[in-house]
Ligand binder design. Sequence first.
Ligand SMILES: NC(=O)c1ccc[n+]([C@@H]2O[C@H](COP(=O)([O-])OP(=O)(O)OC[C@H]3O[C@@H](n4cnc5c(N)ncnc54)[C@H](OP(=O)(O)O)[C@@H]3O)[C@@H](O)[C@H]2O)c1
Length: 324
Amino acid sequence: MSSSVFIYGASGYIGLGVALGMRRAGYRVYGMIRNEKHSATLIQNEIEPIVASSFEDAEKIADILASCSIIIDAVGFNEKLSPKILEAALRTGKKRTNDGKIPHYAPLFVFTSGIMTYGDTSATGRRPVDEVIKPQSRPTKPRPGASASDVTNMKEREDFENQVLASSCASLKTTVIRPGFVYGGQGGFVADLFYNEPLVIQGRRDMRWSWVHVDDLAEGYVALVRAPRSVVDGELYNLAAPNDNPTYEELRTAMAKAQGRKEKIEYKAADGDTPSRWDTDSIINPAKAMNELGWRPRHVGFVEEIDTYYKSWAAHKAAQSAAK
Ligand SMILES: NC(=O)c1ccc[n+]([C@@H]2O[C@H](COP(=O)([O-])OP(=O)(O)OC[C@H]3O[C@@H](n4cnc5c(N)ncnc54)[C@H](OP(=O)(O)O)[C@@H]3O)[C@@H](O)[C@H]2O)c1
């Protein structure tokens, strides 16, 4: 495989997972990171680190970016940075295609969004939502104790998704991925939160979210970039396992048991009348990715193998602490 892939945010949970998947698929992979401390991990995994304290410094990376036919934003939505990354991809596309005159050299740009963009999917009667359902995104409020940065404004993220898709042109092809909640390996923000915070369920206990193993997610990105551009250009894809959506209560109970916690779950009523982003069902239908890209998630489920995932998360945390 001679194509090169450029990944913004390659030190992140999704970014590293996708970088590893791309490398396994034979691509040359450049991983853009802002902190030198992650370089060794990338190098050990055959990924070439590009370190820049500010990703807005586009000049520094222009030549490497132009050598890549695939550009992945795995930082996710950031109101200041995301448009800059898209601009850099558009500039690269113009350079590669001589302003669109040789469109077969147009790179593919993939933006990483997320299923919470849909907002509350319970209006569909808990049927999984597919990509043609218009999101019900609304400004979100932080859950108790969360910092302001915990609140990605889903309406703004939805608008940016639309901007990415509308940017498709002769010199750049564009796609958006909405991953479900991700588990496995080092664990993501949900594992960090639920393994560390008090065992409290606030609001509905029967909410369900779709989950996907980080390696299956990475395989989804690989399937996407391998698909004909004519199929994926201007398209959105949900990536989550079809039937992996335990309730909030099942999840917290299984995680607490794996962790050996002795306390009982404390149930609290929801506070306020604007639900936080956690108080929504987010169940997505990945049929489009399965049918169009041939994607097949292979892991049996988050709760089903929770002991393995807890041990893996805890071992990663121990290794990170030892490295400090
Ligand atoms: N994890 C999930 O379950 C999940 C599910 C669906 C969607 N998503 C979305 O996917 C995106 C990535 O999630 P993640 O879990 O992989 O997050 P993560 O582990 O926090 O990774 C984020 C990556 O972006 C980098 N980054 C963040 N802000 C940056 C900035 N201002 N400048 C340069 N680099 C920056 C981080 O660098 P550092 O390592 O230096 O911090 C890291 O490499 C997010 O938008 C998230 O909402 C996540």
